[in-house]
Design a protein around this ligand. Structure first.
Ligand SMILES: [Ca+2]
Ligand SMILES: [Ca+2]
Length: 289
């Protein structure tokens, strides 16, 4: 057997086996290179804070560290898993975490003020993957249209090698960070001294959170929901946070988990069948007339 026909046979076997393997991927996420990073970050003096980016193999990490006081510094660490599979509708899959390590500041120092998170995921499937659309945005723009909007921002590269634009979720979060004075009274976020700190993020394009995307996979309609929970690594949507603010107590660590959940949506398929039925009726009426 020459190499070419061997490759063909291998591909054919893989196609045959695919629907029967447990790892058949309904939806697959790949982190786009050069994304999953903090960028354009400033402290309260207007000085840049440069992120440390590290490829950890299975995941990619971007970290901000500020207010170093003799070895105790606060930090935000974004860890994005490079390759994630959803094999079953309904089961949430973890995409990334942001960990806030919140130190109590003893002396007035510059603290994290604002910045951006630039994220990008390519979507693929073992089955046919139709055009995805953002449900909550006016006119339900396609994934590609929103990705082009993000790429048109002066804060993102105009070209993103490795991005499959029509099948990518590109996101640019603008965030503000409020490291409160610990002896403030009353504390801005409610708790008694030392006062909690808060992180608020907004997506470019006013995309509401959770992000909801309509997808057609293998001719079936699904809703992809990307949502966050705080300190809950189980992916329970009941614990999803619906606003864009998360608060960390002083001296503690908060983890913001980002999950993707794919839900089967039966309605459009039934409508399709109904549509076919109506077409059939129309055709019969023409025949009868
Ligand atoms: Ca603090
Ligand atoms: Ca504080």
């Amino acid at each position: 057997m020459n190499l070419k026909s061997f490759a063909k046979t291998a591909l054919f076997s893989a196609t045959l086996l695919a629907p029967f393997t447990a790892s058949a991927s309904l939806l697959h996420f790949d982190l786009i290179p050069s994304t999953g990073i903090f960028q354009n970050v400033l402290d309260t003096d207007g000085a840049p804070i440069v992120a440390t980016n590290t490829d950890l193999g299975a995941s990619f990490e971007s970290e901000l560290v500020w207010s170093d006081e003799g070895g105790t510094s606060s930090s935000l660490t974004l860890n994005t898993i490079k390759s994630v599979d959803i094999t079953t509708a309904g089961s949430p899959a973890l995409l990334s975490t942001i960990t806030h390590n919140n130190m109590v500041l003893q002396t007035p120092v510059a603290t994290l003020a604002s910045g951006q998170i630039f994220g990008g995921l390519n979507l693929s499937s073992m089955f046919s993957l139709g055009e995805g659309r953002y449900k909550e945005l006016p006119g339900s723009p396609t994934l590609g249209e929103v990705a082009e909007m993000v790429l048109a921002s002066p804060d993102t590269p105009a070209m993103l090698p490795g991005a499959d634009i029509p099948n990518s979720i590109l996101s640019l979060f603008n965030f503000v960070f409020d490291e409160t004075l610990n002896n403030a009274s009353p504390c801005p976020y409610g708790d008694p001294n030392p006062c909690d700190d808060a992180f608020t993020a907004f997506l470019l394009g006013d995309i509401p959170l959770p992000i909801q995307i309509k997808l057609i996979i293998d001719s079936e309609a699904y809703m992809l929901t990307i949502f966050n929970t705080i300190n809950d690594p189980t992916g329970d949507f009941a614990n999803a946070i619906m606003d864009q603010m998360f608060i960390t107590m002083e001296g503690e660590e908060t983890v913001l988990y980002t999950f993707a959940q794919l839900m089967y949506v039966p309605e459009p398929a039934s409508l399709g069948i109904l549509g076919l039925g109506l077409l059939g009726m129309a055709a019969r009426r023409r025949l009868l007339s």
